[in-house]
Design a protein around this ligand. Structure first.
Ligand code: DLL
Length: 434
């Protein structure tokens, strides 16, 4: 089912007219209400009235994650707090988070966008949907929740963790659709197999996966082990959360972008130059309808390609290819964004270790595993086993607090990590790319 055919199947020219009108409105609004945008527009010598056609959009300056971190917590909000009804947050490069606000209208729009995506995946009011995303500050849980409620399906707000219980609920409540990260879905499969449950005894027929890359191989594996159809959906906190794009029933590894609410561009991540349809580059998004947290030309750092070939489903919106790579060093570990700089911060604050460290990411079964390998700093250390144990425990605790995920810690002898002449190789990502 197409949730809003009027918008999702628009004639291109009509859609572009809406995009232009909305871009002009939002650019005017941020120039007036958010000092950061006034300053950067002025610095680039561009005024809101200069945007007279969509081709003018690349004249606007980009917004990077630093803008959100520097304005922590509410510096980029365009409405008074009285109008903000919800806050969500996502990790930043340092201890500071990127905080996003929503007005009542933003929440309504968000639910509609999710209703579109959920319908694209084939979920209806007949379904029982188990949401296995975190609800705490992450945009995934509540984001999907209200859109699915709008569609009229029965929701089980299961959140994450306690996997055996999740599977028991699935059996007892007759879950037909699963919302999770793809890696959690694979982990769940491992658990129900260990419990001796055959997937045919579960009713789950479709999965809505997002929050992290899902390679074609991972998708196939999920489909086979769960005996379900797996779909992908994409979004990021900075533009509101999930709801940017979703995969329709035609599959093909591409996702329709909700273009009447997000204006997508592809750029060369090195030069910032605009690229065309069919070219791989960094996705840049402008949120066209957000009141509390409008954002202009946000550099997502996600690498993808836009495809404007017509889709068999009848939707006319542009599609984006699956995201499997990023243009920066952000890692996604079990769906959680982790910046090496956060880890470095913790290491530098802990006596007796550093500054040399390496992050080794692997798959343990189907789950991402992060090992922080760090050298002891020679001078401060007696070498007593007990002392090492305490240090390791302390570091593990601090990392858990800073990253909100567990990481293993390996303390190394001084000078044991390889030194390089150029950039230090901090990340060793051994996860299969496909
Ligand atoms: O992950 C929002 C979301 C929640 C999307 C639930 C879909 C489902 P953040 O925590 O801010 O927001 O992380 C955003 O995650 O820039 C991508 O690098 C990555 N990401 C999100 N969805 C996908 C996907 C949410 N379908 C960052 N495929 C983004 C690949 C994804 N990467």
């Amino acid at each position: 089912m197409i949730w809003e055919p009027h918008y999702e199947c628009m004639v291109r020219e009509d859609l572009q007219a809406i995009q232009l009108d909305r871009i002009q409105t939002v650019v005017n609004s941020v120039y007036e209400k958010v000092p950061y945008y006034k300053k950067t527009f002025d610095e680039h010598g561009i005024r809101p009235q200069d945007i007279t056609k969509l081709e003018d959009v690349p004249r606007l300056p980009f917004t990077g994650k630093e803008a959100l971190i520097d304005s922590y917590p509410f510096g980029l909000f365009a409405v008074p707090m009285k109008q903000v009804v919800r806050l969500h947050a996502s990790s930043g490069t340092t201890g500071k988070q990127k905080v996003i606000g929503y007005t009542k209208r933003d929440i309504r729009t968000w639910s509609t966008l999710i209703a579109r995506i959920v319908s694209m995946a084939g979920v209806t009011d007949e379904d029982v949907v188990q949401i296995c995303f975190g609800y705490g500050l992450f945009t995934g849980g509540f984001g999907l929740h209200y859109g699915i409620e709008k569609v009229g399906a029965t929701i089980i707000p299961a959140s994450t963790g306690n996997t055996e219980r999740q599977i028991a609920m699935m059996q007892d409540f007759g879950t037909t659709a699963l919302v999770a990260t793809p890696s959690y879905a694979l982990y769940m499969a491992e658990v129900f197999e260990e419990m001796g449950i055959d997937p045919s005894r579960l009713n789950v027929r479709v999965g809505l996966f997002g929050g992290e890359p899902c390679t074609e191989n991972m998708k196939k594996e999920i489909e086979q082990r769960w005996q379900m159809r797996a779909t992908d959906n994409y979004g990021l906190s900075e533009v509101g959360g999930p709801g940017v794009a979703g995969e329709c029933e035609c599959g093909e590894g591409m996702m329709h972008i909700n273009e009447d609410h997000f204006y997508p561009e592809i750029i060369n991540p090195e030069t910032g130059e605009s690229l065309g349809y069919g070219e791989v580059g960094e996705l840049v998004l402008t949120a066209l309808t957000k009141e509390a947290f409008p954002i202009i030309r946000y550099r997502t750092r996600d690498l993808t390609m836009l495809v404007d070939e017509p889709c068999k489903c009848g939707r006319t919106t542009v599609r984006m290819k699956k995201v499997t790579q990023r243009a920066d060093d952000m890692l996604i570990i079990r769906g959680v964004n982790v910046y090496p700089a956060q880890i470095e911060g913790v290491i530098m604050e802990t006596d007796g270790i550093g500054p040399h460290y390496q992050l080794v990411v692997t798959k343990k079964g189907y789950l991402d595993d992060l090992e922080v390998q760090v050298e002891l700093s020679g001078d401060k250390f007696s070498g007593k086993f007990r002392e090492l144990e305490d240090l390791e425990k302390k570091l593990r605790g601090r990392l858990q607090k800073a990253l909100s995920i567990g990481a293993r810690v390996k303390l190394l002898e001084p000078k044991s990590l390889e030194r390089t002449m150029g950039k230090a190789k901090r990340i060793v990502d051994l996860r299969p790319k496909d």
